[in-house]
Design a protein around this ligand. Structure first.
Ligand code: HEM
Length: 498
């Protein structure tokens, strides 16, 4: 801690031996009841909303530096990116769930090979097939929503995206089966997507258990009841995927080919993955974890912002009307019309997408990262192996870079607009907008996510308007991101329009 304090990196007050800043954080949590994320709001409050480039905290006996401003990112993502890597603790949290998946392993040769294979499974013909599956599921879901009339958009977009991602991962026949799930000592059957996402939340919660705060070296051992349930549930999911793999292998032995362009079939045919069921399972689970809730958050937040602003909604509808022949008409024809070339033309929708990701990034912080050699970043000497966390939320709300940072203003992403510049009228730092991080560990699903958003949104908005039911939420919608412990409820009514 001294090493960094001497260089001017501020640490929070209230440090206690063994406990670090844990006690302070608990006090903060009790007093402020943070909704965003305890650590992020703690940093914001402590620095009066203007944190420095780096701020330090000792949590669970580990020193952690938060990167709060874009200045450090140019070096981390570009000039010193070869030293940028995942910290071993990033994988510990989800070890039982996602094993050694590319999202958490170190940047070595095998990571690069796996990343290449998975990237290619999300491009060209395979992407087109996935987008077709997506359209089918959106149309089915929208029908149900219209019949229901009022829906909790947070829950419903999450269910829809889970179905889509599972169908893309395992094929439509396996998109949401029932599996065993254990909670508070009771075993019941729930849908695979629900089991995966709920267990994920509980795995993250695990880190905050007092016994692991005091003895972090016990992390790999699953000792408490919560731990054991997380482990049991993870094993149920793994077993289920193992069974699908077996079925696909048997079919292959009989027919000589793998059916479908789902991720699992692609991996089963690839040299890198072919011989390791465990490797395939880890990547399919990661695809689900990384892809489903992030896109669901973006869609649900976007629809809420549209419902808050008639002006933005009108502009989006005008763009759809101008570019899509079948907009406002038959939804099946509209679905056919929406292809990769067409969705490239959506300029205003793209601004709204970016603004949605800026104002409420689906991942508000990165996992823990590190440098593999001692390096100077933004004038501070950082020791190799020390833990860094990129504070995406704070970077997206940096008051030096964003005019009225709390307001939803899609024009910020239009070079013709005054909002494209900083409050001082200068060019914005390009690393002020990093919803997918950057450098070699940039999100692998960035393009897939954008395509999904641009296909799903026009289909949802066609002939229907999403109206917020709660008057209070029309002014202030509840904050929502993918790593919240408790998700908010946002009720919306679907009103038919012509
Ligand atoms: C709007 C949607 C999405 C957002 C905002 C998002 C954001 C991110 C961020 C911030 C990271 C870095 C995580 C970290 O280091 O802590 C990441 C990594 C990753 N994302 Fe996404 N993501 C989105 C959608 C997706 C989708 C749809 C997929 C899969 C198709 C995906 C797959 C991945 C993978 C595999 C990684 C790890 C890459 C690596 O470390 O090599 N993401 N994403």
């Amino acid at each position: 801690m001294r090493f960094y304090e001497k260089q001017g990196v501020p640490f929070h007050s209230g440090f206690l031996p063994f406990l670090g800043h844990y006690y302070e954080l608990i006090k903060f949590q009790k007093k402020n009841n943070p909704t965003l994320h305890p650590l992020i709001e703690y940093i914001q409050t402590y620095f009066d909303q203007k944190p420095p480039v780096f701020s330090g905290i000792i949590f669970s006996q580990r020193l952690c530096l938060f990167v709060n401003r874009p200045e450090a990112l140019r070096e981390l993502f570009v000039s010193k990116n070869r030293f940028f890597d995942k910290h071993p603790s990033s994988g510990n949290i989800l070890k039982k769930i996602a094993g050694d998946s590319i999202a958490f392993q170190k940047s070595n040769q095998i990571w690069a090979k796996k990343r290449k294979v998975i990237s290619s499974s999300l491009y060209k013909q395979k992407l087109i097939v996935m987008l077709d599956i997506m359209k089918e599921i959106v149309l089915e879901t929208k029908d149900q929503w219209a019949k229901q009339g009022t829906i909790d958009i947070v829950q419903e977009t999450s269910n829809m995206m889970m179905t889509i991602i599972l169908a893309c991962a395992f094929g439509r026949q396996n998109e949401n089966p029932l599996i065993n799930y254990k909670e508070k000592g009771e075993i019941r059957q729930i849908q695979l997507g629900q089991a995966l996402s709920t267990n994920l939340g509980r795995a993250i919660e695990r880190e905050f258990q007092p016994y692991l705060i005091f003895f972090p070296e016990l992390f790999p051992y699953y000792l408490s009841i919560l731990d054991q349930e997380v482990k049991y549930n993870a094993e149920q999911v793994i077993e289920y995927i193992r069974k699908i793999i077996q079925i696909k292998r048997v079919n292959f032995a009989q027919t000589g080919h793998y059916e479908g362009d789902d991720l699992l079939s692609v991996l089963l045919q690839d040299d890198v993955f072919q011989d390791s069921d465990q490797m395939i399972i880890d990547e399919c689970i990661t695809f689900f974890i990384a892809g489903s809730q992030t896109i669901a958050v973006a869609i649900s937040n976007f629809l809420s912002y549209m419902a808050q602003s008639q002006e933005h909604e009108n502009q989006i509808r005008m763009e759809f009307g101008k570019l899509l022949q079948n907009y406002g008409m038959d939804i099946q024809k509209l679905a056919q019309e929406l292809d990769l070339r067409k969705i490239e033309e959506f300029e205003y929708l793209k601004c709204c997408y970016n603004e949605t990701l800026r104002i409420e990034p689906p991942l508000i912080i990165s996992s823990s990262v590190q440098l593999t050699e001692d390096q100077q970043i933004a004038g501070v000497n950082i020791k190799q192996d020390d833990m860094l966390i990129i504070n995406i939320y704070q970077i997206h709300h940096n008051k030096d870079q964003w005019i009225d940072d709390e307001k939803f203003i899609p024009e910020r992403f239009n070079p013709q607009s005054q909002y494209y510049l900083t409050p001082a009228g200068t060019q914005r730092d390009q690393f002020s907008f990093v919803p997918f991080l950057g450098g070699k560990r940039i999100c692998l699903g960035k393009t897939f996510a954008e395509n999904a958003f641009k296909i799903i949104v026009p289909l949802l908005m066609n002939n229907y308007k999403f109206v917020l039911c709660d008057d209070k939420q029309k002014i202030q919608k509840p904050f929502f991101n993918a790593i919240m412990f408790k998700r908010p409820q946002v009720f919306m009514k679907l009103e038919r329009i012509n």
